[in-house]
Design a protein around this ligand. Structure first.
Ligand code: FPP
Length: 245
């Protein structure tokens, strides 16, 4: 039986992926880091297709972190160019497959060209319903939380929110991810076992899955493997096993 055939009906609603290892993949082959990123686009395609096939409704991909701005300009430029080209190339396929594109992060920090193309594709695909694919771009969880605290503070100051009514729902509704459910399964490739400032609030109860595969080598079967692993775990949300059964 293939991994896909072994899956049961407990499909994670929201999968988030830290796509890591493009640079090492390229280095191993004696290629430029930018070529690693280009091949990373294949991993993106495979992950989206795999999620669509098994009925995952939300896939969130860490494509560019706030910290990634500190990389050499040449690499940042190559990544931005890759993003624009991928968006241009994929828009028809997103439409055909009923995929809605979404983005989280400080989008105003992106080059005008990237931001415009991104907003265009988001608008074009806004009525699609099969899956929502969210790109985290110029995203950092701490930056998101700072922005959230500022936005809520302004509302408190203007008497729009009463401080004693601030709860988890209020905070969730002020995050970039306000339209997304909490993450069920977080995958990180390349063997690193870190969260690296990704969705800190949203992964509070997520299952974490780490694989040694470098992102450009990530295939559909790797995603099915991660979901199979997820299905073998018991999510207790702080309760006991007996309370769950
Ligand atoms: C991490 O590898 C990857 C990134 C910083 C960028 C992710 C981008 C892509 C997968 C490109 C395609 C994206 C889209 C949305 C078309 P790394 O450079 O940190 O690798 P390393 O840790 O081996 O150096």
């Amino acid at each position: 039986m293939t991994q896909k055939e072994q899956l049961n009906s407990n499909i994670p609603h929201h999968i988030a992926i830290i796509m890591d290892g493009n640079g090492r993949w390229a280095k191993k082959k004696g290629l430029l880091r930018a070529i690693g990123h280009e091949n990373g686009a294949k991993g993106v395609q495979e992950a989206v297709e795999a999620c669509t096939e098994i009925g995952v409704k939300y896939l969130t991909l860490y494509a560019f972190s706030t910290e990634n701005w500190n990389r050499p300009k040449r690499e940042v430029d190559a990544l931005m160019k890759l993003l624009v080209n991928s968006l241009k190339k994929e828009v028809a396929s997103l439409q055909k497959n009923n995929i809605k594109l979404n983005a989280i992060g400080n989008l105003d920090a992106l080059p005008e060209k990237v931001k415009n193309e991104l907003l265009y594709v988001i608008d074009q695909t806004k009525d699609n319903t099969q899956i929502t694919v969210t790109l985290a771009l110029s995203y950092g969880s701490r930056e998101e939380l700072i922005k959230t605290v500022k936005d809520i503070s302004i509302k408190v100051k203007n008497n729009l929110i009463s401080p004693h009514l601030i709860n988890e729902t209020v905070i969730s509704e002020h995050l970039y991810t306000k339209n997304l459910p909490d993450v069920d399964l977080l995958i990180r490739t390349s063997g690193e076992q870190r969260i690296s400032n990704f969705l800190l609030w949203q992964i509070a109860y997520a299952e974490l899955y780490f694989t040694k595969i470098l992102w450009p080598d990530f295939r559909k079967t790797d995603l099915f493997e991660a979901v199979l692993n997820y299905q073998q775990r018991e999510r207790r949300f702080g309760k006991t096993s007996e309370q769950l059964s």
